[in-house]
Unconditional design. Structure first.
Length: 163
């Protein structure tokens, strides 16, 4: 009786998309700029495309994208870039919470439930001379796999809420 070799299940590959382009408005010396980006990305591949408004820089790897963004921010370069889908915050609105509820308390409660808030904002209406706070709170959550479970929360601080 011959034993068949164990067949390995194919490992799922995670598709990573290429990073979004970076648009740099003012580049005085293109060759020096390319050499600097080459040093910042440690020789990894990138491409540039010139236009009337500036240079469109595309990197191949997300790590080199992040290092280029940090470099441009440190040097206060005139650029803009879109936020990648993996880095975007997950926005939810909590309704029926009292407007005087402290934001730090909401943050602690959400952390205890396993959610990491990036930013919490109480909605304020700016009418003529009167600032009126409303019950809803906007909450930006850090990207995580459990973000959709926030919709299962029914109470926060002994108050029935609706997410």
């Amino acid at each position: 009786m011959e034993l068949e070799p164990e067949q390995k299940a194919p490992t799922p590959t995670i598709a990573t998309s290429s990073p979004l382009p970076i648009f740099i408005c003012t580049v005085n010396d293109f060759n020096a700029f390319c050499n600097t980006i080459k040093e910042v990305t440690k020789g990894e591949q990138f491409s540039c495309k010139s236009s009337i408004n500036g240079v469109k820089l595309s990197t191949q790897l997300p790590d080199s994208y992040r290092t280029v963004i940090k470099y441009l921010q440190c040097n206060k370069a005139d650029f803009h870039a879109y936020q990648s889908k993996e880095d975007r915050a997950y926005l939810v609105v909590i309704r029926n919470s009292h407007h005087t509820t402290q934001i730090e308390e909401i943050k602690k409660e959400l952390l205890s439930l396993g959610h990491t808030p990036r930013r919490i904002i109480n909605i304020i209406q700016h009418s003529t001379k009167i600032f009126q706070a409303f019950p809803p709170h906007f909450i930006d959550l850090e990207p995580a796999l459990n973000n959709k479970t926030i919709f299962d929360i029914k109470s926060l601080f002994y108050t029935k809420i609706k997410v």
